[in-house]
Ligand binder design. Structure first.
Ligand code: AMP
Ligand code: MG
Length: 347
């Protein structure tokens, strides 16, 4: 497919009658796919009830058909259109975290298209907290299936330019609302089991969730990637991969320097992704700093930009430090480990 992808630049506050929003809503009602910002990353939206429209998402992204999509709603009341029931614990989580980066897996009533749920009996739903996303959802009056707006396997897009790099010519339009805030995807929580399970760490932290659900479980497959099968189909795929291989260096600045030096002596061209603290200790030309270690939310916000920074023609290998797995650091390390295909050099 080679279409002329429209790109609309928006400025806030978003007027309800904004012509770009109106046109985007019209395209979505006409079974087309449109990318828009959410507070996490850019999403690629289509009418969640229409199989033909949703198929265009899978085609544009090259996404495997067995990886289900998250449905975005403009309002908690829209959830009733899609599920057989809302367990009490799910209601509590919605009240506490919606709109926001929390996706709830609920029992599907079959109204979402088959390809949205990849044939599962459950459907994943969230209400985003972004003025452009909410405006499109309201204007289209549709629940929108919307995975991240990147080619499958690549780092998720945190600005409209990333979306254009991956999908220009393949999708109808992109709404440019500037860079996203959270920078990593939503947390996915399965609410169909007696005790809810975190299937994917994300923008809402385990610590936040424990305030509402003290006994919430983390899917064991997140810790034991080699032996446990993840309950969320998408978690098994290679993801977020930069153009060149990525290795994680788990140790202090001295250890990082040693590894870097050794690889340079072998003639490798190395790109480094580092906190400002580590960057200050390294004497190296190709470094992308992604914020201070003391602010993991800031690191999350810069992570995908950093993973997209180095081009294959320029570096043979990318090295990145590891971060503390508390708060949103759990999501950062989950994405980094996947991006590195679990290649971690330990001190
Ligand atoms: P993305 O849309 O790219 O952020 O990915 C959506 C994530 O949600 C993937 O990891 C999916 O496997 C997961 N997901 C979507 N629907 C379900 C579901 N019904 N049950 C479990 N996981 C789901
Ligand atoms: Mg994705």
């Amino acid at each position: 497919m080679n279409v002329n992808t429209k790109l609309w630049k928006l400025s806030t506050p978003i007027d309800k009658e904004n012509p770009a929003i109106m046109e985007a809503a019209e395209l979505l009602r006409d079974k087309q796919v449109v990318a828009f910002p959410t507070e996490t990353v850019y999403g690629l939206g289509a009418d969640a009830a229409d199989e033909e429209a949703v198929q265009k998402i899978f085609e544009a992204k090259g996404r495997p058909a067995d990886n289900p999509l998250i449905v975005h709603v403009s309002d908690p009341s829209q959830v009733f259109q899609l599920v057989t029931e809302i367990p009490e614990i799910a209601s509590k989580l919605m009240s506490a975290f919606w709109p926001g980066p929390l996706t709830l897996v609920l029992p599907s009533n079959g109204r979402a298209a088959k390809n949205v749920t990849a044939g599962l009996t459950t459907v994943a739903i969230r209400m985003p907290n972004d003025p452009v996303a909410l405006a499109v959802l309201h204007a289209s009056a549709l629940p929108l299936a919307a995975p991240s707006a990147n080619l499958s396997g690549r780092p998720s897009p945190t600005d409209a330019e990333h979306v254009m790099q991956d999908l220009a010519g393949k999708i109808s339009a992109v709404l440019d609302g500037g860079p996203t805030g959270v920078g990593v995807e939503s947390t996915v929580v399965d609410c169909t089991t007696e005790i809810p399970i975190i299937l994917r760490p994300g923008g809402v932290t385990k610590e936040d969730l424990r305030e509402i659900v003290p006994d919430i479980i983390v899917d064991p497959a997140l810790a034991d990637v080699h032996n446990e099968k993840p309950k969320s189909p998408g978690m098994k795929y290679t993801h977020y991969a930069p153009e060149s291989p990525l290795w994680l260096i788990d140790g202090d600045a001295g250890f990082f320097k040693e590894q870097l030096q050794q690889l340079k002596e072998e003639g490798q061209r190395i790109g480094v992704i580092a906190s400002s603290e580590l960057a200050a200790e390294l004497d190296h030309e190709s470094i992308i700093a992604c914020g201070t270690r003391r602010d993991l939310a800031g690191i999350a916000g810069e992570l995908y930009r950093a993973l997209r920074h180095f081009k294959k023609a320029e570096v043979d290998l990318i090295l990145c430090e590891t971060f503390e797995e508390t708060g949103v650091g759990a999501a950062v390390m989950n994405r980094l480990k996947k991006a590195a295909s679990h290649k971690i050099i330990q001190h």
